[in-house]
Design a protein around this ligand. Structure first.
Ligand SMILES: [Zn+2]
Ligand SMILES: [Zn+2]
Length: 598
C-alpha cells in the first residue's frame, strides 16, 4: 500500500528516461505520429489519426493526467457545455471530483483501435499506471487486453523505444504487469473486467469502458436497469475519487431508452456526456446552383469526411432505417429521435409535376423512381401559383398563424404561413411566410395584411390561454369580411401527433413529392432557410423552436378542411344480403376531380 501511495504521488512518469526520439513521440501533439510510426493496421496500412480521434485522445489524456486540453479540443468536443460550464481547470484538479465522462460517438469511427493505442501510450508514458478495461462481458474485455498484450510483446519498434514489457509470471489473458514498471505493486497494469463486477477490491488509475452497453443490453429494460445500477452503485460510489472513468460507445435504439440515456436523463449524478455526430445537419452547406446534394457535405459537417463520407453514411441510413441510424450515428437519443422531416428530402430538389397526356391532371409523383424533395427551383416567394392540374379553380389558399405567446414560449417567435394547395393532386405550394417576435396587439394587422395580399380562403389561428381574444379581435373580423376569408380558431391538442392529422402528414406530402418551397433566386434560398432548418431539427419532444412548422401545420389543416368540404360521402348501393362490414363501407368521391374529368 505504501508503494501504491508513493506511485500515486509521484505520477510515475517515465518522461526523461527514453531516447530523445521516443520522448518526442510521447508529446501529446505528436500522438498521430506516435501511432503511425509504431503501429500497423490490418493489410499493413498506417494508422491515420483524424481530428476527431486526436480530440478523443486529448479527452483521455485530460482525465488520466488531469491536465486541461488545448482550447481547440474544448471547442471541438463542446466540453464546456457538456460539463455544464464547470471551470475545467478546477474540475480536473479537484481531488473530490469524480471524473466521469461518456463519449458517445458513431460506430466505425475508430474508437476501439484508438482506445487500445491510447492505453499503450499511457503505459509508455507511465509504466506504473493501473488500468481497468471493461468491454461489456468479460470475454469481450479480454480481447482488448490480448490485443494490447500482443503489441507489447511483439511490436519491435515499440519495444525498442519503450520496452521490453513482457514480464514472465504476470502475463495472463485477463491481466498483466509490464516489466518496465518502476514501483512494485500488486495491481496489474491492465485488467479486463466484465460488466457487473465488484469494484471495491480493484485499485486503478483509469477505468475504460468500451461499448459496454450494446444493443442487446439496451433492448432489455431489466438489463438497462442493472447496468445503470452497476455504474451508480459500483463505479460511482466504490471507486476512489481520483480514478477517472471514460466510457466510449454509441447510443442504441431502444423503445425504453438505453443505459446512456437513463444516466443522461438523471442530471444529478456527476456523469457527463460528450456526444459526437457522424453528420451534423446544422453545418451542411445550403444547396446552390450547379451543386449536387453530396457537395453540400464535407469536413464542416461530417465527423470523418475522408473515410465516412455522406454517401458512405447514407448507405447505413438506408440499411439501418432512419431511426436506428439517427440514434447510433448521430447520438440522437431514442425517445426524441423520430425524425419527421428527413434532411435528404428537405434539402433536395422538388420534382416538377408532369401532366397526364389524357386528363391534363398532374400525375402522382413516383417515389420509387425518383428521389423526392421540396426545393422548387422554378418558384419565387411572394407569388401565388396560377394554376394546378389545368385550372386556377383547383387552388385553395390558407394562412396558418402561430402566435407563440405564453409563459413557456416567451423565447419563441410568432409565425405565419401562406399555403396554396391543389384540391385535385393535393400538391402544396408555400407562397410566403413570416416569423418574428411581435407584440400580440400587432397580430391582427399582420394576419389581415397577408390575408388581403394573397386573397386567402381561410386563416387558422392557434388559440392558447393567452390568445383567446385574437381570433375575435374586431380588426381581424373586419379584415375577414373585407377580404372574404374564414377564421378558424384552433386549440392545439394531442391531435398534433395523430398520424392522420398532424405533423407526420406534412412530412408525407414532402416524401411523396407534393410540397414545393420557392427556391429560385438567392433571396428565395435565404428566405427558405429558417423553415428548412426548423423542419430538419423538428422533434415533437424537443424544446427546439418550431413555430414556423406549427404555422405550416395550421395552414395545412385549413387546406385539408377545404379539400374535404369539396367532397361528398355516400353510402354504396349494395346487395341487402351483404355482410354488415361491407354495407358499412363508405365511398368518398372527389367532386372537384370529377368535374375536371368531364
Ligand atoms: Zn452535411
Ligand atoms: Zn394539382
Amino acid at each position: 500500500i505504501k508503494n501504491d501511495l508513493a506511485a500515486n504521488a509521484a505520477d510515475g512518469s517515465r518522461t526523461g528516461e527514453y531516447s530523445p526520439e521516443a520522448e518526442r513521440l510521447l508529446e501529446p501533439d505528436n500522438f498521430p505520429e506516435y501511432r503511425s510510426t509504431l503501429f500497423r493496421a490490418p493489410r499493413n496500412l498506417r494508422y491515420e489519426t483524424p481530428k476527431h480521434q486526436l480530440a478523443w485522445f486529448y479527452l483521455v489524456r485530460t482525465l488520466a493526467l488531469k491536465e486541461v486540453p488545448p482550447q481547440w479540443v474544448i471547442d471541438y468536443l463542446g466540453l464546456t457545455e457538456a460539463l455544464n460550464d464547470v471551470d475545467l481547470t478546477e474540475w480536473v484538479k479537484d481531488p473530490e471530483q469524480m471524473l466521469t465522462i461518456f463519449l458517445l460517438a458513431p460506430p466505425r469511427h475508430g474508437k476501439s483501435d484508438l482506445a487500445a493505442h491510447v492505453i499503450i501510450w499511457l503505459i509508455c508514458r507511465n509504466p506504473d499506471i493501473r488500468i481497468l478495461w471493461c468491454g461489456g462481458k468479460l470475454d469481450i474485455s479480454k480481447l482488448t487486453v490480448k490485443f494490447v498484450k500482443l503489441e507489447l510483446e511483439s511490436n519491435e519498434k515499440l519495444i525498442e523505444y519503450y520496452g521490453p514489457f513482457e514480464n514472465e509470471g504476470s502475463w495472463s489473458e485477463n491481466q498483466f504487469v509490464v516489466a518496465t514498471r518502476v514501483t512494485r505493486m500488486r495491481t496489474p497494469t491492465l485488467t479486463a473486467i466484465g460488466k457487473g463486477v465488484t469494484i471495491l477490491s480493484l485499485d486503478a488509475d483509469f477505468i475504460f469502458m468500451d461499448d459496454a452497453f450494446d444493443l442487446k443490453a439496451s433492448l432489455s429494460p431489466t438489463q438497462v436497469f442493472n447496468d445503470v445500477l452497476w455504474v451508480k452503485s459500483q463505479l460511482m460510489t466504490r471507486r476512489e475519487p481520483w480514478t477517472p472513468l471514460l466510457g466510449i460507445g454509441s447510443h442504441q435504439p431502444s423503445p425504453t431508452g438505453d443505459a446512456y440515456q437513463a444516466m443522461d436523463d438523471d442530471h444529478d449524478n456527476d456523469i457527463f456526456f460528450v456526444k459526437q455526430k457522424a453528420h451534423d445537419y446544422e453545418k451542411c452547406l445550403p444547396l446552390e446552383d450547379e451543386m449536387e446534394e453530396k457537395d453540400r457535405h464535407g469536413e464542416h459537417c461530417l465527423l470523418w469526411a475522408s473515410m465516412r463520407s455522406f454517401v458512405y453514411l447514407d448507405q447505413f441510413r438506408r440499411s439501418l432505417g432512419d431511426i436506428t441510424y439517427e440514434v447510433c450515428y448521430n447520438q440522437d437519443a431514442s425517445q426524441s429521435t423520430l425524425q419527421y422531416f428527413r434532411p435528404e428530402v428537405v434539402r433536395h430538389e422538388y420534382p416538377q409535376p408532369v401532366p397526364s397526356p389524357d386528363t391534363g391532371l398532374y400525375l402522382p409523383f413516383s417515389h420509387y423512381e425518383e428521389r423526392s424533395g421540396i426545393l422548387d427551383y422554378q418558384r419565387n416567394f411572394g407569388y401565388r401559383v396560377a394554376y394546378c392540374c389545368g385550372s386556377a379553380n383547383n387552388l385553395y389558399t390558407a394562412i396558418g398563424f402561430d402566435p407563440a405567446a405564453g409563459e413557456t414560449r416567451t423565447a419563441s417567435e410568432a409565425a405565419l404561413i401562406v399555403l396554396q394547395a391543389c384540391k385535385i393532386c393535393e400538391r402544396r405550394y408555400l407562397i410566403d411566410y413570416w416569423h418574428k417576435r411581435q407584440s400580440p396587439e400587432m397580430h391582427p394587422d399582420t394576419i389581415g395584411l397577408y390575408a388581403s395580399t394573397y386573397k386567402v380562403d381561410r386563416a387558422r389561428i392557434e388559440i392558447n390561454a393567452y390568445q383567446k381574444a385574437l381570433a375575435r379581435d374586431p380588426r381581424l373580423k373586419k379584415a375577414s369580411l373585407d377580404y372574404k376569408f374564414i377564421i378558424d380558431e384552433w386549440f392545439t391538442t394531442d391531435t398534433k401527433w395523430d398520424p392522420g392529422m398532424g405533423i407526420p402528414l406534412l412530412s408525407r406530402h414532402m416524401e411523396q413529392g407534393r410540397f414545393s418551397v420557392p427556391y429560385n433566386l438567392p433571396q428565395d434560398r435565404q428566405k427558405a432557410e429558417a423553415l428548412l432548418t426548423q423542419l430538419v431539427r423538428y422533434s415533437p419532444r424537443s424544446s427546439i423552436p418550431s413555430d414556423i412548422v406549427m404555422a405550416l401545420w395550421l395552414a395545412d389543416l385549413s387546406i385539408i378542411g377545404l379539400i374535404d368540404e369539396g367532397r361528398i360521402v355516400t353510402q354504396k348501393q349494395l346487395d341487402p344480403n351483404a355482410p354488415p362490414h361491407i354495407q358499412d363501407q363508405q365511398v368518398t368521391i372527389n367532386l372537384d376531380a370529377l368535374r375536371n374529368w368531364e
